[in-house]
Design a protein around this ligand. Structure first.
Ligand SMILES: *Cc1c(COP(=O)(O)O)cnc(C)c1O
Length: 459
């Protein structure tokens, strides 16, 4: 699009910006540029149409940090994390975070780990390490390495299936049941054999926030080792739960207190309370990291060992994670997690008092969230409520069906995060009552309305 000079251009330059009245560049590489103010306003106006994170109860990811943390982030955006020669202090701070998390997760001694972009990268690296270690064990025994498999439940995040497809591992998925949304030892036992590189258990599922029976699965694997000499490591996907269980349920073992747990991933940008992109992979012992996966290079002026899928990435979130760890400590994280849980309890009480909903698994250890569904069939369903709440009040409370074989169960889920005050909880509860009343009056949402809103379980 060429610019037609118009008498208004001079005024636009003085009083407004060109894109107040023009279409923005979207398709071709721009021939000419624009002033910084114009570029800032163009991007800003686009972003103004995004959803409001405070009313998005679908995402697990952090949407608020303290002003002091934001200062650290803003002041360190120019640092490339991987450049350890230039930024040795950042590398040291990464190691401190790894040691602190290993301590939080009860690692028996000195260990190792990695900063990652999130739990997805941590799971890819953890899965690769399982695969490499399994192959080494098989080769040492003169056995075939042709058909590795990984055992996990249908309640895992999609990244586990991604790992299997990307890295050629057979997924052995335990289906859920219409009334059972996590897995335990009886599900795992028939699927484990000498080609199993590991079992993955979830601490805080994306779907209902509960944990797999990690203790039971560990006990099964310990027994298999003793009775059959089959040493199958257990990886715990603590993307969400890794920063919740140590503070809400400190006496409930799920981590390196259990003998077969060899690696754990956690998302710093979920309940670690850091903005996105930070995750962690922590090994039980140094030997759990397959040596062949570590690369030594000296591009940046100093020989360095890297164990990552990405190379260059920002330092800011590593520093922000360290800020949170020292700022909050166990005491602060415990306070924040308990506050979220308390508000989640209030929301669950209010939902139950409406006599419309069944709250799922309140009596079990759970992430600070409320998973609920309609008690009985009505003229409207959970998808209609999600749509109506969003249309009327801008709340994002997703409705979704559970994975097979619980696919006939539809649930809704509201994350109760640090930004969700008691006043917000009370307002949300009233808005849910209003939304249901509207739907009752009009006999459900129209099909066309339903189609407009497709919300998954989030991330
Ligand atoms: C969010 C999540 C993931 C993926 O983590 P990212 O940090 O978003 O990459 C994996 N597993 C579980 C259980 C999750 O909740």
């Amino acid at each position: 699009m060429t610019e037609t000079p118009s008498p208004a251009t001079a005024s636009a330059a003085l009083f407004g910006n060109r894109f107040l009245t023009r279409e923005v560049p979207t398709k071709t590489f721009p021939d000419s540029g624009m002033s910084p103010v114009e570029a800032m306003r163009l991007v800003g106006e686009d972003i103004a149409l995004e959803g409001d994170p405070a009313r998005n109860l679908a995402t697990f990811v952090t949407t608020w940090m303290e002003p002091e943390a934001r200062k650290i982030i803003a002041g360190n955006l120019h640092r490339n994390f991987i450049d350890h020669a230039e930024y040795p202090r950042t590398a040291e701070i990464e190691q401190r975070c790894i040691r602190m998390l290993a301590d939080l997760f009860h690692a028996p001694g000195e260990t190792t780990g990695a900063r990652t972009q999130g739990s997805s990268e941590a799971i890819m690296l953890g899965g690769l390490s399982l695969k490499w270690n399994w192959r080494k064990r098989r080769e040492a025994a003169g056995a075939s390495t042709a058909a590795p498999n990984l055992v996990f439940g249908g309640d895992v995040h999609v990244v586990w299936e991604k790992f299997c497809r990307y890295f050629d591992v057979e997924p052995r998925i335990v289906p859920l049941q219409p009334d059972k949304y996590t897995i335990g030892p009886d599900d795992v036992a028939p699927r484990v054999d000498e080609n199993t590189i590991g079992v993955a258990a979830v601490l805080g599922t994306t779907f209902t926030g509960h944990k797999d029976d990690v203790v039971g699965i560990n006990d099964l694997l310990v027994r298999l080792k003793a009775e059959q000499g089959l040493d199958v490591p257990l990886h715990v996907d603590g993307a969400s739960g890794g920063f919740v269980w140590p503070f809400l349920y400190p006496d409930s073992p799920w981590d390196f207190r259990l003998e077969q747990v060899h690696s754990i991933n956690v998302s710093g940008h979920k309940f670690g309370l850091v903005y996105p992109g930070i995750g962690w992979l922590i090994f039980r012992e140094k030997d759990d990291l397959a040596k062949d996966l570590v690369f030594e290079e000296n591009y940046l002026g100093k020989t360095d060992a890297t164990f990552t899928l990405n190379f260059s990435t920002g330092s800011a979130m590593v520093l922000a994670q360290y800020y949170n760890l020292v700022r909050y400590g166990r005491e602060g994280y415990t306070y924040i997690m308990q506050a979220m849980q308390q508000n989640a309890e209030v929301l669950a009480d209010k939902l139950e008092a409406m006599d419309l909903f069944e709250v799922i698994g309140r009596d079990q250890e759970q992430l600070p969230l409320v998973a609920f569904k309609l008690k009985e069939e009505r003229s409207y369903n959970e998808f209609d409520i999600a749509w109506q709440l969003s249309a009327e009040r801008g709340w994002m409370v997703p409705a979704y069906t559970l994975p097979p074989d619980a696919q006939d169960v539809t649930i809704m889920r509201a994350l109760v995060k640090e930004t969700m005050s008691r006043e917000h909880v009370d307002t949300l509860a009233r808005d849910i009552i209003d939304a249901c009343a509207t739907l009752e009056a009009k006999g459900g949402a129209h099909e066309s309305e339903r189609r407009k809103m497709v919300v998954g379980p989030g991330h």
